[in-house]
Design a protein around this ligand. Structure first.
Ligand SMILES: [Zn+2]
Length: 595
């Protein structure tokens, strides 16, 4: 095939293995992974280690190379994923989703298209800010070194590097190296993971959940949010430590199997004499092995004073504030690498008083913890706020001091365009829960507007009573589908969804300095997805395969470098026992609901 245009020459160079050892093989949409990571489509994961090609070389059948070239020309440059190497122009900790297409467009407008295209394919590793392999003396590191090699990597780092065939070295709980080609020497004691045919991403971050609801799935299947809540409050009145323990373990296990390494939980039902429920779920998270940000929730606005929940399930405001301070004292760990951090989280405008909202904000800010609540989930909530407070939900919480970079809000479905701008301007985060929004028919959040405004938008599964699946990787696809149903197919990309599930989620939880990206020095929270099977065959772009392809369990999950899932199986608990315990506790809840 003659390579006439710049596009064709560039694609041909990729197809015939024009890369040099030590260069990053950056993915360009599907094409570069077709070139450098053709192993994903052609099952090289089964080859012996000795068959591996040297770094920088590619292995694509001629017909596949042609297919990649044809597609590249067809798609045009505006469809490509581009990485720039000009360090001076690199965004540091961008406050919104990066748009790689815009970077290329900027270069073209400036008359530097050739430079930009060259940069894409001849990326110098050092220029991208990665430590050169020789600078990392893995052999000198202590035990607990894990080396993953041969995998595609979507780093979601500051430069959004994507590597067709690379390595990750984890040591002492953090990432010691990530880059193209084989890993630097790591000593004989290192655990070595064959990553061929797999995609490594940052561990996913779940920004909204109610773990106890794992024991009350399948209720009020046609109910609106308010109908669903009214049906479930009387059941939830009876939760206790045994229910929370079984539900939390099962829910966290489902999250782990779906690639989640950090989860929050919004627990707001504290029946009298139910036990130390926050301690129980923290113990469950420790046992399963996930990083955990439980929110001390609360309700103090019962039905007799105009709220939605029955009086029996609400607490006294002073008791709530005392319990919130106690939770911070007992469990909050502000240190780097923390496994547990507390947030404070009155439940919603229709279940708590304004006084509790404002006093909770004061307490959280005095103690340096974050704030979380539900907001603008339904039209019913909007009507409630207008009737009771005379303002829309966002104005209501803004007046109570509840916008800011230390706040993230679940749902935000019913915001108008100006409100989305206020979210972005204030740095307030959003936990987007597309499956739950679909299950309850609440509407479609204006995610593209929120992202464009600069708001961090993480993903959440929400409680399993409104998302019976409770698996986080599913939310990537659900977010894509909902946004596209609403705004068309360009509304959200597969990479946008991955970024939301990782670094945006980390930013919602105040952890983006060390979570949500695969960068040297970040915590070693890694998800490795096996894409070398029939369900993904022929999808050349591994990020698209993950976001659009079939759902399956993560192959390997590391939290702080420790194995939680391996070979697709949970290694920290017995799934059969978890299921039996959950079944038993769900039956207890069903008995209560039948009375
Ligand atoms: Zn919720």
């Amino acid at each position: 095939m003659l390579a006439g245009t710049d596009d064709e020459r560039e694609a041909e160079a990729l197809a015939v293995g024009g890369g040099q050892a030590g260069e990053a093989r950056v993915l360009l949409g599907g094409e570069a992974i077709q070139a450098g990571g053709g192993l994903l489509a052609h099952g090289l994961g089964g080859q012996l280690a000795g068959d591996r090609r040297p770094a920088g070389q590619v292995g694509v059948r001629a017909d596949q190379a042609d297919a990649g070239l044809a597609r590249r020309v067809l798609d045009g440059p505006h469809e490509r994923r581009v990485q720039r190497v000009d360090a001076a122009e690199r965004p540091r900790r961008p406050r919104r989703l990066g748009d790689p297409r815009r970077r290329l467009e900027d270069a073209r407008e400036a008359g530097h298209e050739g430079v930009a295209v060259e940069a894409v394919d001849r990326c110098d590793v050092d220029a991208l800010g990665r430590d050169p392999p020789e600078a990392i003396d893995c052999a000198a590191l202590s035990a607990r070194v894990t080396v993953i090699e041969g995998c595609a990597i979507a780093t979601v780092d500051d430069e959004r590097r994507e590597i067709a065939d690379g390595h990750i070295v984890c040591a002492d709980g953090r990432i010691a190296a990530v880059g193209a080609g084989p890993a630097p020497a790591a000593g004989d004691g290192a655990r070595r993971i064959d990553g061929r045919g797999k995609l490594a991403t940052p561990g996913l971050v779940n920004c909204h959940h109610h773990l106890y609801q794992q024991a009350t799935r399948g209720y009020a299947q046609q109910g609106t949010l308010f109908e669903w809540l009214v049906a479930l409050y009387p059941v939830w009145l009876h939760i206790d430590d045994a229910v929370v323990d079984a539900a939390a373990r099962a829910g966290l296990a489902a999250l782990a199997r779906s690639g989640c390494t950090t989860s929050t939980d919004h627990h707001y039902v504290f029946p009298r004499d139910a036990g130390d429920l926050l301690a129980v779920e923290i113990a469950a998270a420790r046992a399963i092995g996930l990083r955990f940000h439980p929110c001390r929730g609360a309700m103090d606005l019962g039905a007799s004073t105009g709220g939605l929940p029955p009086d029996e399930v609400v607490e006294d405001r002073d008791a709530i504030l005392a319990a919130s301070a106690d939770a911070i004292d007992r469990f909050h760990d502000p240190s780097p690498g923390a496994m547990v951090r507390i947030a404070l989280a009155p439940t919603s405008p229709f279940t708590v008083t304004g006084e509790l909202m404002s006093q909770t904000a004061e307490l959280a800010r005095a103690r340096g913890v974050r704030l979380h609540t539900h907001l603008a989930e339904t039209g019913d909530e909007e009507a409630f706020c207008l009737e009771h407070f005379g303002v829309r939900p966002l104005q209501y919480v803004e007046d109570l001091g509840w916008l800011g970079e230390d706040v993230w809000l679940a749902h935000c479905v019913h915001l108008d365009a100006a409100e989305a701008q206020r979210m972005g301007a204030s740095g307030t985060g959003v936990a987007h829960c597309p499956t739950s929004n679909g299950r309850l028919g609440t509407g479609i959040a204006r995610v593209p507007d929120l992202l464009a405004a600069g708001a961090p938008v993480g993903l959440g599964v929400d409680g399993a009573a409104s998302n019976e699946c409770g698996e986080l990787v599913d939310e990537l696809r659900a977010a894509l589908m909902l946004a596209r149903v609403s705004r068309g197919p360009a509304a959200l990309t597969a990479r946008d969804a991955l970024e939301m599930a990782t670094r945006h989620g980390a930013r919602c939880l105040g952890r983006d300095d060390e979570l949500g990206h695969l960068s040297v020095g970040a915590l070693a929270d890694v998800a490795l997805w096996d894409l070398d099977e029939a369900g993904y065959a022929g999808i050349a772009d591994p990020v698209a395969a993950l976001a659009f392809g079939p759902t399956r369990a993560v192959d390997l999950l590391l939290v702080g470098g420790e194995v939680v899932v391996q070979d697709g199986e949970l290694r920290t608990a017995d799934p059969v026992t978890l299921a039996a315990d959950l079944r038993r506790q769900s039956a207890r809840m069903a008995e209560w609901s039948a009375r």
